[in-house]
Write a protein that binds this ligand. Structure first.
Ligand code: GDP
Ligand code: MN
Length: 385
């Protein structure tokens, strides 16, 4: 789950990090009061779950109420398209009005999981304000990594290392040290999968300020954070993905046209690979899970069918706990509910496979059966569309 910048900054405040004073507005009528408190020289920041706002016009420095009003009128209730969104963009339903910060230096600092080394890691760079992906591409040596050994935690020498490599001025070292310690604490406390401050600013009076903030929380740990769940902004999420999440279905929207219904995450990954190899392009990753009943399968198929990109459907079910007849009933039910006529290629194996195939044969669905996964992938590629 992603948090907005203003929500992230509130968490930063709770951990005594310096963040600029700000007021969140959700309606154009609120800008006047906000400016009265913050001052006419301020920065307006569209709150969306996407980076790259600065370059896309989602961050604006203004110096008068009039300028602020015109920006808010232009941006609120529109969609912001950045290089991290699709061409439709994400809705701007709130804008953060912040006091200006006197920037001397912009740094980058983040924390995430290093899956190769199986530990949390701190990434930092002197190239703050830039996209870290660009730095990684053009100047990979400019990124500093400090892996945190899970059994001993962050060590003092690692902070000293960061201070040296980032050229943190002497006057700011103790504040920087506290910041790094707090980042690690936040990361663990809220089960973050990503925590990023870009830019982390050193001001002209040598203060360390988090000018931006990004926090992603690991979905599988959300049950431990009932207070954080309320911060979810569904309007920012892919609507089909949000619907699937509510149903407990693992679903990721992709760019192709083959809707995929699979049980088991590994089988789903293999299905995507083999489908791609056969020359087709999957529209989604979908793992309906082992314990699915007819209703859940039907909902999963409905999600696939409601995706306008999908022109044909590939079913790859290995009947174990999820029996093939249950899967077939769910498929038939979803097609009946949606009235869809999209053709299917079905590969089913395992428990009650004969019953499952019979249910599909008895239906009026346009089904092609396949024995193996590679046959299924070929068959789906041979279907028109
Ligand atoms: P992002 O593009 O979505 O990552 O948005 P950021 O919050 O990082 O803002 C983009 C850029 O706007 C920053 O890198 C800064 O250069 C600039 N910016 C944001 N707030 C201020 C501010 O208070 N003062 C000044 N001078 N620049 C700011
Ligand atoms: Mn940023």
């Amino acid at each position: 789950m992603k948090l907005h910048e203003y929500q992230t900054k509130q968490i930063f405040r709770d951990y005594e990090l310096n963040v600029p004073n700000g007021i969140l507005i959700t309606d154009a009528s609120q800008i006047k009061d906000a400016i009265q408190t913050i001052g006419e020289n301020c920065v307006l920041k569209c709150q969306v779950h996407a980076g790259g706002r600065g370059k896309a016009g989602g961050v604006k420095l203004v110096s008068s109420l009039k300028e602020a009003q015109s920006y808010v009128n232009d941006m609120l209730m529109t969609n912001l398209v950045t290089h991290q969104t699709d061409e439709i963009g994400v809705p701007v339903t709130s804008i953060l009005v912040e006091e200006l910060t006197n920037i001397k230096t912009e740094l980058y600092i983040a924390m995430t999981l290093d899956r190769n080394n199986q530990c949390p890691t701190i990434l930092a760079s002197k190239a703050g304000g830039m996209e870290i992906e660009e730095v990684a591409e053009s100047n990979p040596d400019d990124i500093i990594y400090e892996n945190i050994n899970p059994s001993v935690g962050l060590q003092a020498f690692q902070i000293r290392n960061l201070i040296t490599k980032l050229d943190i001025p002497r006057e700011a070292t103790s504040e920087f040290t506290e910041l790094v310690q707090s980042l690690v604490k936040i990361f663990y406390d809220i089960d973050a999968s990503l925590l990023e401050i870009n830019p982390l600013v050193i001001t002209s009076d040598q203060k360390i300020v988090a000018l931006d903030g990004k926090l992603n929380i690991e979905d599988d740990a959300l049950f431990r954070h009932s207070d954080l769940i309320q911060l979810r902004d569904r309007g920012q999420e892919d609507q089909l993905e949000a619907e699937a999440t509510d149903l407990g279905i693992a679903y990721v929207n992709l760019t192709g046209n083959v809707g995929c219904l699979v049980n088991g995450a590994g089988l789903a990954m293999a299905t995507l690979d083999v489908t791609n190899q056969a020359g087709s392009s999957p529209a989604n990753f979908l793992d309906v899970g082992g314990g699915a009943d007819v209703e859940k399968v039907a909902k999963a198929v409905s999600i696939i069918l409601s995706d306008p990109k999908v022109t044909k459907v590939l079913v790859n079910i290995f009947g174990g706990i999820l029996r093939c007849d249950i899967a077939a009933d769910g498929i038939v039910s979803a097609y009946a509910q949606t009235g869809s006529r999209l053709p299917l290629v079905v590969r089913m194996l395992g428990t009650n496979v004969d019953e499952g195939q019979q249910i599909l044969r008895n239906s009026d669905l346009n089904v092609t059966f396949a024995e193996t996964l590679s046959e299924a992938a070929k068959a789906i590629s041979n279907l028109p569309g």
